[in-house]
Design a protein around this ligand. Sequence first.
Ligand SMILES: Cc1ncc(COP(=O)(O)O)c(C=O)c1O
Length: 405
Amino acid sequence: MLNINKIRQDFPILLQQVYGKPFVYFDNGATTQKPQCVIDAVSKYYTEGNSNIHRGVHYMSQQATVAFENARETVRKFINAPHAHEIIFTRGTTESINLVASSFGKKYIGKGDEVMISAMEHHSNIVPWQMICEERQAVLKVIPFHKNGELDITAFENLISEKTKIIAITHVSNVLGTINPIKEIIKKAHEHNIPVLVDGAQGIAHSSVDVQDLDCDFYCFSGHKVYAPMGIGVLYGKEKYLNAMPPYQGGGEMIQTVTFEKTTYNELPYKFEAGTPNVGDVLGLEAALQYVENIGIENIAIYENELLDYATTELLKMDGIRIIGTAKHKAAVVSFLIDNIHPYDAGTIIDRFGVAVRTGHHCAQPLMDIFEIPGTIRASFAFYNTKEEIDVLIKAIYKVKEMFN
Ligand SMILES: Cc1ncc(COP(=O)(O)O)c(C=O)c1O
């Protein structure tokens, strides 16, 4: 059992009021709030330890380098990667996916080859692949999903061909909440020697991730979706691929030797970390992962499931609610529509109750087109949310219905 009241004290932003009402934050799919220990870790670095890393002989630089590399080890442990050098720090999921699409694409994708994604992807896991397909004259294949938001596994199997070079799929849909059977997908893909990239932006905060157990070839996530600062993210990649792939960006850190005639590249992970890294936020990420570990990701998953069940039940007690995404296995995300009211109008009223929900297409326009809707209202929960807060949302929805009907 989690002590939610105690946990809430760790998040200073949650203690605020908006419009004179307690702040209810249900936009965790967009970004999560930060516990004080994360804020402190970043602040401590800039107060006591700021220095550029890896190339300094002085004390401060060496301390910062050790702290930075220790944080890499913390990330490695969190996702159970075999080696710390398989952990590449990026700006976030988007940059991690762009890195793989561009670099893997240059090495492995040629004319007429195929890249497979699913119809429930975030734009971040669509557009980079479209770009590389255009560059390499390859073809993008899309796995459809059933009406309830579960992937069509038969269609997936039928789409696999000898031309498929990589499959890029989301762990958890940011709109539907669907938890995809990625282990099964990876197993099937590997039977055909196809590597799999998992977009873990929504997966990382809601369930334990063990990249060795999954056997995924790449796993991407953003710090800010797992209680860490914005501007820091992770790419895990299997050594065999990272070693074979060309660098993504050129500059300092990623080189071994440079002459005007030829440059040789640094070893992993530095080959993919050109330029001065975001040391402060890496330390914030480390603090966030340790915080999550202390609470226990399994405890988080159980409690968030309770919130999801409660919210779903309460929503369905009302007339005119349409839930988008009713898969059997879901993370704590509920997307819905109220009668024929535009999500933006509904969101504006809900906001006046102090409740932050997200409205719109959630960077998944193709998914909205499939449902033939302009967008949804999305409530996405974290372990610091409560059932009482869900009651405030329900009250706000009654008000929306009253005002627009
Ligand atoms: C499933 C999914 N993938 C990718 C992203 C992109 O993450 P970021 O903007 O942190 O790079 C998001 C963000 O909402 C997401 O939900």
